[in-house]
Each structure stands twice: as structure tokens, then as C-alpha cells.
Design a protein around this ligand. Structure first.
Ligand code: ATP
Length: 516
């Protein structure tokens, strides 16, 4: 674990040093859990957004996009349930004065039991070698059984307390299992309280009675209130989806782990409207499609898993998370929820306006059911950059840090480097950039030795570097260096556009998503 923390720290430092992510308003010592994206970060982020957007609206004829405002009529949040129920259960340690989410403390305890079980299994696997039967061992080993029984007991109490909204019950689990504050090491806890996560502000001047409005805590409601506008003006037939990318705000209390949990963040959400009764089939389908979208990036299939929800939100009849193996363990990156007709029905009730759909095939009107896919851009960014960050020792003992980003997402696709700063080589390099700049993002660099320049490009994940040398002036060829293999080949300048273009295209990723 300590080693993982070390890697995570290095990753955060790397993000800052190479212009990916800066603490917000850093010259004033930053603002907690708010971050800015730098010159390379914004390119990576934009590419992630494009990958998501195109996978929704290009690949699916029946998915269209919108861009709704952040500010919404305050009744929206009454109808959605956020005013009354968008809460986190909080608990304070009286000695360290640190505040925690009670549910997270208990989840961490459950994870400890999982670890204990896995360690027993690993130990036994080593001891018994090839003849080891892990399933049988889990079923019969007394120590594993003991841990499992304890875990099940805690888990059952936890699920019950969450479902009953029983704050005392949550606290009692923390007391009974002697969970200590990681900072003070004591068990001196306050009671558990609910805390609403929405930020509010005022619209208009106070003289004419300013309106209290909220900064949206999710983008989804902008889609729901526009559902009928889009359906009618786009002549959409059910099933169809509406996609949106935009900022969301949550007054997160436990805001740690860099850009994993921020107070201002960005979501990519798609609400898919279906016939009532068909929602679980669509839920299954979107679950599979979304996992393919993640896996197509090639970061490693073993880094993903589904986590089905123990506690379903009051409006949901199925929910799962796609979790990614971050440097601090498996964590949610995306949520897929079957939201029933809760949101549309509720907006219908609160607004007094009918938002039913007339189904010409069934010849009847109904309120559609909704499958939602909701992913955080920033969490996706973190998962990609964490998986891409690699420290390599090269032949001769030299080391390099390389970001093995999927080429389609890399901020810079091609670096053009004149071997020296004279003899017409810079001019030739500029000429190449001029011919390629309409195809993809290129960067010119003439400072320092060629080795140093390669390292700089490795550190920001540029898939290809081109070196312009004296031979280039003679025969219009350059050396093309591959980031991952570091192999160089001499190729004609004419071929650059095709070779690099193919490597950085999103097309192969999209094909993987649509394949069987
Ligand atoms: P968590 O349990 O981690 O608080 P959540 O279940 O509340 O997350 P959702 O409401 O399902 O999250 O939001 C959908 C997605 O939005 C999440 O999967 C995540 O990627 C992203 N997200 C939510 N909250 C934050 C945040 N504070 N900072 C960054 N991304 C977030």
C-alpha cells in the first residue's frame, strides 16, 4: 500500500510538472478539492470527451446531444429529490476533528475483511502449488470461513441501516467493530448526521426578492426537463437517448484523492428512454456497451469490474458501478442506473405539465422508463493517466518516465524535432508541421539534446516523434520514433500523415465497441 501511495504522489507531481493538472488558484495556496487543467491536461480531457460523445451520438442513430444550463429552476431539485435527500451520512472524530463519511468508513472495514480472505487464499496457493483448489479452500478453510462470516454480518447490518436510513444503526456498526480514526487513532466519535451536498447561490438582487438557486449536482436533470422538447423537435421514437457533457458541483465533505473527488467536476451522462417493462433488458445492454467502451482503450481488461449496488436509490430498480483499479484500489468511475419513470413522473407532478410519450406502435401514451449511464470526466482522466504512468529502466541503467496513453487520447500526436538549430533544419521542420497541422496536433521543439526532447515527449505521452536531419534535406525522409518501443525507422515525409493518422484515430476504438 505504501508503495502505491508513493506512486500516486509521483503521479500528482507529474501531472503538475507537465502541465496536466494544477491546484486551483495555487498562488493563493489553492482551493480544496478544486483543480485546473493545464495545456496538456485540457487536450487529454477534450479527447476523452470526444471519445465519449462520438461513441454516443455517432455510433447510435437514436442518441442525440444537448447542452443545458447549469442554473435551473429551483423546483427542479425539489422534484428530483435532491433538496430532501441528496445527503451524505457524516461522522466526526472528536479528537482529530476530522470528518468522515460513515458509509465510507464501514466500506473500508469490509474491504479489510476481503483483503484478509485474499491473503489466506494467496498463502495457501503458494503452499499447495498446482494442486490448489481455491474454491474448495474458500468453502472449507476455518480461518477464511471466520472472516467471511464476520464480513457478512457487518455487510448485512450495513445494508439494513442504509436502506432504513438508520443513522444510529450506522454509528453502532462503527462502535461495535471498533473503527478508529486514521488520524487520531481513537474511537471518540460524534453521532452520524446527514449533510446536503448541493451548493446554493442567489439569482437577482435581494431588493426584488432574490431566488435561491442551486448549482446542479448532476447534469441529468437538464436532460429530463428537456426530454419533451428533444422528443418533439427531433421527432424521436422510443427507444432513444439524450447525451450531455457538463459541469456539476457537490459540496463533498471528504474531498481527497486528487481529482477523484472534486467539488467542481464534469460529467458525461446519457439518459436512454425506453418502454416500461423493457428497462432491465436495456440496462443489461448498456452495461455491456459501456464496459466495451472502457476496455477498447487497452488499459488492461483486469483493471475493470462491476459493483452492483447494495442500496438502490429510491427511484432505481437496478444499479451498478464500473470500477477501475486506481492507485488506491478499485473505485467507481461510472454508474449505470435503471431510474424507472421516477424523474419524468416527478417533473410532471411538480410542473403540472404532461410529459408522456404517445407510442404509435402500441397506440397508447405512457411515461418512459430511463436507463442512465453517468461517468465523471475527471475520474476517467485519473484512471487513464494512472494506468498510463510508467517508470522504465532502459538498457544501460538509464530511466525514463513515459505516459503510455492510448494514442487517440494523447494531447500531442506528433513532435517534430530538428536535429540541430541551423542548416535549414528548423525551417524544414516547420514546413512539415504546416502540412500536418490540419490532421492532428503537432508540437515543435528545438531546445536541448535530442535525447532530452524525446524524454519530454515521453513524459506527456506523445506517441510519435519525428527527427529532421541533414538527410531530410536531401531525400525528404525523416526518422519516426515510436514512444513505446523507442524503435526508429526512416520514412518518407509523404507517409507521415497516413502512419500517424491511423495510429491516433478513434475509429479502431469505435469498431471495438460495436463489434459483437
Ligand atoms: P461516489 O459514491 O464516489 O460519491 P456517486 O455514486 O455519488 O459517487 P454518481 O452520483 O453516480 O456518483 O455520479 C456519476 C459519476 O460522476 C461518478 O461515477 C463519478 O465518475 C462522477 N462523480 C461523482 N461525484 C464526483 C466528484 N465529487 N468528483 C469527481 N467525479 C465525481
Amino acid at each position: 500500500m505504501a508503495q502505491q501511495e508513493e506512486v500516486f504522489k509521483k503521479l500528482i507531481a507529474h501531472c503538475k510538472e507537465y502541465g496536466f493538472v494544477f491546484p486551483s488558484s495555487e498562488i493563493y495556496d489553492g482551493l480544496s478539492a478544486v483543480y485546473d487543467y493545464g495545456q496538456n491536461g485540457v487536450e487529454l480531457k477534450n479527447n476523452i470527451k470526444r471519445y465519449w460523445w462520438d461513441s454516443m451520438v455517432l455510433l447510435n442513430e437514436n442518441v442525440v446531444g444537448i447542452d443545458a444550463a447549469i442554473f435551473m429552476h429551483p423546483t427542479t431539485w425539489k422534484a428530483s429529490g435532491h433538496v430532501d435527500a441528496f445527503n451524505d451520512p457524516l461522522i466526526d472524530n472528536k479528537d482529530s476533528k476530522k470528518r468522515y463519511r460513515a458509509d465510507v468508513l464501514i466500506e473500508e472495514l469490509l474491504a479489510k475483511y476481503d483483503d484478509k480472505i485474499e491473503k489466506e487464499v494467496e498463502k495457501a496457493a503458494k503452499r499447495f502449488g498446482e494442486s490448489f483448489d481455491a474454491t474448495l479452500f474458500r468453502q472449507t478453510n476455518p480461518r477464511v470461513q471466520e472472516h467471511q462470516a464476520k464480513r457478512d454480518e457487518i455487510h448485512n447490518r450495513f445494508v439494513k441501516a442504509l436502506n432504513d436510513n438508520d443513522l444510529d444503526g450506522l454509528k453502532q456498526i462503527i462502535v461495535d467493530y471498533e473503527i478508529v480514526c486514521p488520524v487520531s487513532g481513537t474511537k471518540n466519535w460524534t453521532d452520524v448526521r446527514q449533510f446536503n451536498l448541493m451548493f446554493s447561490t442567489e439569482m437577482g438582487s435581494t431588493a426584488d426578492g432574490a431566488l435561491k438557486i442551486y448549482l446542479r449536482p448532476e447534469t441529468a436533470q437538464g436532460i429530463f426537463v428537456n426530454y419533451l422538447n428533444v422528443q418533439k423537435t427531433g421527432r424521436m421514437k422510443i427507444p432513444f437517448g439524450i447525451a450531455q457533457i457538463g459541469k456539476a458541483f457537490r459540496n463533498e465533505i471528504v474531498a481527497r484523492q486528487f481529482i477523484f473527488r472534486m467539488r467542481e467536476f464534469e460529467q458525461m451522462e446519457m439518459q436512454f428512454f425506453v418502454r416500461p417493462g423493457s428497462e432491465l433488458e436495456w440496462f443489461k445492454q448498456w452495461k455491456a456497451t459501456r464496459l466495451k467502451w472502457h476496455k477498447a482503450l487497452g488499459l488492461g481488461d483486469h483493471k475493470y469490474r462491476f459493483h452492483d449496488h447494495d442500496k438502490l436509490a429510491h427511484y432505481a430498480n437496478a444499479a451498478t458501478d464500473i470500477e477501475f483499479e486506481m492507485p488506491f484500489g478499485f473505485k467507481e468511475v461510472e454508474g449505470i442506473h435503471s431510474r424507472t419513470d421516477f424523474d419524468l413522473s416527478s417533473h410532471e407532478k411538480f410542473s403540472g405539465k404532461s410529459i408522456k410519450y404517445f407510442d404509435p406502435e402500441l397506440n397508447e401514451s405512457y411515461t418512459p422508463f430511463v436507463i442512465e449511464t453517468s461517468i465523471g470526466v475527471d475520474r476517467m482522466f485519473l484512471s487513464i493517466i494512472a494506468a498510463a504512468y510508467t517508470e522504465e529502466t532502459l538498457e544501460g541503467g538509464e530511466t525514463r518516465v513515459v505516459l503510455k496513453l492510448p494514442p487517440a487520447l494523447a494531447p500531442i500526436k506528433l513532435a517534430i524535432l530538428p536535429l540541430i538549430k541551423k542548416d535549414g533544419l528548423p525551417e524544414k521542420a516547420r514546413e512539415i508541421i504546416e502540412s500536418l497541422k490540419f490532421d492532428f496536433k503537432c508540437q515543435y521543439d528545438e531546445k536541448d539534446s535530442i535525447g532530452k526532447r524525446y524524454r519530454r515527449q515521453d513524459a506527456i505521452g506523445t506517441p510519435y516523434c519525428v527527427t529532421v536531419d541533414h538527410e531530410t534535406l536531401e531525400n525528404n525522409t525523416v526518422t519516426l520514433r515510436d514512444r513505446d518501443t523507442m524503435l526508429q525507422e526512416r520514412i518518407s515525409i509523404d507517409k507521415l500523415s497516413t502512419i500517424v493518422g491511423e495510429k491516433v484515430s478513434m475509429k479502431p476504438l469505435f469498431k471495438k465497441i460495436t463489434e459483437g
